[in-house]
Every structure is written in C-alpha cells, then in structure tokens.
Design a protein around this ligand. Structure first.
Ligand SMILES: [Zn+2]
Length: 262
C-alpha cells in the first residue's frame, strides 16, 4: 500500500504560503492584483459586500469578478464587519458589537454576505469559499454568555482565517475554521522571509495578512509587497503559494488520505 504523503504540499514543497488582503481596498484592485500578475502569484482578497440596495452591492462586487476569474480567491469577510466593543471607548458605545449578538445574528450576516458574493462571483458547484473573522474576533456575548462562533463558520465555509499563536498552521493539527494568520504590518522584510522559510512548526502553512497598500498606517508600501513577491518567486521550489481555499481543499484531501492509510 502506498505510504501517505508526509505533507500535503505539491511538487515536494516544504511549506505553503497564503497571501491575504482584507477589507476590499481600492489599492488591492489598482496595485496588488497587477503586481501579483507580474509574479504569477494568486492570493485571497476578503471583502464585505455592503450596500443598501441590490444595485449598490452588485456595483461594489463587480470589479472583483475579473480578480476571481484571474485565479484569485474572493473570500467572505461578513456583511457588516461587526467586531468586539472592546476595540472602542464609551463614546462610540452605541454601535452594534459582537457582545450584543447571538450565533443566529452572525449566521444571518455571513449567509447574506455569501448570497451576495455568489450572485456576482459564483463558484463552481460544490466549492466553498474561505471566511475571514472581522478584527480576528470569533465570539458573541461576553462573560457568562460568551461563546465561539467558529462552529457557525464551519457550517458554511471550507476555512476561516483568524489570528494566531505562531505565524503558521501545521496541516495535521490546525483548526481549518480558525486558522492562524500573521498581520505583517510593521514587520521587517527580513523577519517575514525568515518566518516564511523556517516557521515555528516545520512544514507549516503560513498565512500572511495585509490591509491596504499605500502610505497610511497599517498599510504596506508597494515596494514591500514587491520585495515579498520576489522572495516567494525565488523560493518557489520549496514554498507553495496559493489562496486560502485552495490550500484548505488540499489539506482536507490529504487528511482523508491519511485516515484511509494512503
Ligand atoms: Zn476587516
């Protein structure tokens, strides 16, 4: 009987990397997508299909159609981007927060976002998108009523991207519905390279989180992204770069193969 592969990554790669970009910034369309095309790399872009009318949300999603067609994943980042109220002060307390929400509220929000995404950016039959937890938060309620909404995400998505302990997920042990990711704002180029090549968990899948590209705080410069892409291209014999849903599908198939004993 054939031995199961020790790692799920293709072509003998020693690790996997997913580049993820949150919040549907215009700079993703204007700068990131063309830059990735230069390097032949594919990423995941997490968007919120907001809009009060159907015409509004359709118009918002339309530019992402070409992005998905080019081989990138356009992932679900919820409809309302609701986070914990602990991020705010008293002065802003009126706005809805996860502390006031139930699991049913979360489910309605992400299912409506998915309905809109599917309307404009349909996936092949049987394929599911990945989800990205707004502000990395995965709970509703607080104190005695606090509970995880990860099980809700597990019902509707192939994977969920959160925040993590290490910059990497081991394919045998990670929770696909709360994957660890690494926001690399303010992280030096050398440290990103080192962690990607030698993650704390050998063989890991490193998910890098970025927001806008530009000069604002929490934004990367185009030069930073170009440097990372150049590095990933140099490392292509050892690092497999693919969108989150693509890597998750491979992990699911590999786990099933291991269970069957090869
Ligand atoms: Zn966000």
């Amino acid at each position: 009987m054939k031995q199961p592969d020790p790692l799920p990554w293709p072509d003998g790669c020693a690790g996997a990397v997913s580049l993820t970009f949150d919040d549907g910034h215009q700079s993703h369309l204007d700068c990131v997508v063309p830059l990735l095309a230069e390097f032949g790399l594919h990423a995941t872009f997490y968007v919120n299909p907001r809009g009060d009318t159907e015409a509004e949300w359709r118009a918002r999603l339309l530019p992402w159609r070409a992005v998905q067609a080019a081989g990138h994943e356009v992932g679900n980042h919820s409809l309302s981007h609701t986070c914990s109220r602990a991020l705010r002060t008293d002065a802003e307390a009126g706005r809805p927060a996860l502390e006031d929400w139930t699991l049913a509220d979360v489910e309605a929000d992400v299912v409506e976002a998915e309905r809109r995404l599917q309307a404009v950016l349909p996936l092949p039959a049987g394929q599911r998108r990945s989800f990205c937890y707004p502000c990395y938060h995965e709970h509703v309620g607080e104190g005695p009523t606090r509970q995880s909404y990860v099980p809700v995400i597990a019902r509707h998505f192939i994977a969920g991207r959160g925040l993590g302990e290490f910059p990497g997920n081991h394919p045998a042990t990670c929770d696909l519905h709360y994957l660890w990711s690494w926001p690399v704002e303010m992280v030096s180029r050398d440290r990103i390279r080192q962690q990607v090549v030698e993650p704390r968990l050998p063989g890991a899948w490193v998910i890098i989180t970025m927001h806008g590209i530009g000069s604002l705080r929490r934004h990367h410069t185009e030069a930073d992204l170009r440097s990372l892409c150049t590095f990933l291209r140099e490392q292509r014999q050892r690092l497999w770069v693919a969108p989150v849903a693509t890597v998750a599908r491979r992990v699911v198939a590999w786990r099933a193969q291991r269970k069957d004993g090869g």
